[in-house]
Design a protein around this ligand. Structure first.
Ligand code: SF4
Ligand code: SF4
Length: 282
């Protein structure tokens, strides 16, 4: 089984549109949405949720008033001013650092696990799909990414699937590193803008750091041929293949509005280009 992650370094480059098209083109695979902070692949693959799991991460302190001796030690050590003068913890301010529980002489601090989100195993007309939703302002998305990847890999092994195709998160932070770890190919989707170029270089360095085979796709290359050329040169210097140049197409936004993967929505040239790209990736 091969694991392929589609990443971009920044949002809005067409990463999810491409991944949804791969869902339509690839046989025998499990799809994964690792963009857990702003998941959107489900809008195009229309999942039917079969399993729903809580994602627990971090703790929030609570003071048991029946045991508390009102010594005030916890208030003096809390760097986040989360404990009031009447020994109540403000759950929003509490960062779960747990220091109050260490200093409390009475054992009155209870650390409660947070439910930070949910993850799902779904069925789609393209096969199994593992995805997640992180709660508002919740942290630890890297841990949630690892969770959904682990579940997808288990499904692929159990059902003897050939591919795990991952829609990665934007940026270069913890969730991206969690998406990249152990994959067989990182496909960077970029666009010919200055921010696209800059963010591609950053994520390429992360990918290189982990020795992951990396290829680049330039989306909407024809909107700025000069910048597309500059991207090619950057890739040449970094010894990375640019394996596809996809043109701008108005069909892309229309396919998103209709909630249909682009390769199924249009017979335009871009659909053929994406099909050829998938053949190359295989
Ligand atoms: S866990 Fe940390 S942040 Fe939360 S109340 Fe205790 S000391 Fe303050
Ligand atoms: S340290 Fe423990 S006993 Fe002292 S005020 Fe805080 S919760 Fe109460």
């Amino acid at each position: 089984m091969k694991q392929i992650v589609v990443i971009s370094g920044k949002g809005g480059t067409g990463k999810t549109v491409l991944t949804a098209s791969f869902a339509s083109l690839a046989m025998n695979k499990v799809m994964v949405d690792c963009d857990v902070d702003a998941a959107d692949l489900h809008l195009l693959v229309r999942p039917e949720i079969k399993e729903r799991h809580e994602f627990r991460s971090g703790v929030t302190a609570r003071i048991d008033r029946d045991i508390c001796q009102e010594c005030g030690k916890c208030i003096s050590v809390c760097r986040f001013d989360a404990i009031s003068e009447d020994f109540r913890v403000d759950a929003v301010s509490c960062e779960g650092c747990t220091i109050c529980s260490y200093v409390c002489p009475a054992g009155a601090v209870v650390l409660e696990e947070n439910v930070s989100g949910e993850w799902f195993v779904s069925e789609t007309k393209y096969g199994p799909f593992v995805h997640a939703k992180l709660g508002i302002a919740e942290e630890n998305s890297g841990k949630l990414v690892s969770k959904v990847r682990e579940a997808a890999k288990a499904i692929a092994e159990q059902e003897k699937l050939d591919y795990v195709i991952i829609d990665g998160p934007p940026g270069i932070g913890c969730p991206v590193i969690a998406s990249l770890s152990g994959v067989d190919l990182a496909l960077i989707v970029t666009e010919p803008t200055l921010s696209g170029m800059h963010d591609m270089e950053r994520v390429e360095k992360v990918s290189k750091h982990f020795s992951i085979p990396t290829k680049v796709v330039i989306n909407k290359y024809d909107l700025n041929p000069g910048n597309s050329e500059a991207i090619k040169q950057i890739c040449q210097k970094a010894d990375i293949d640019v394996i596809a140049l996809l043109p701008f197409s108005r069909q892309v936004s229309e396919s998103i509005v209709q909630g249909i993967p682009l390769v199924e929505f249009t017979g335009d040239g871009i659909a053929g280009d994406i099909a050829m790209l998938w053949e190359r990736i295989k």
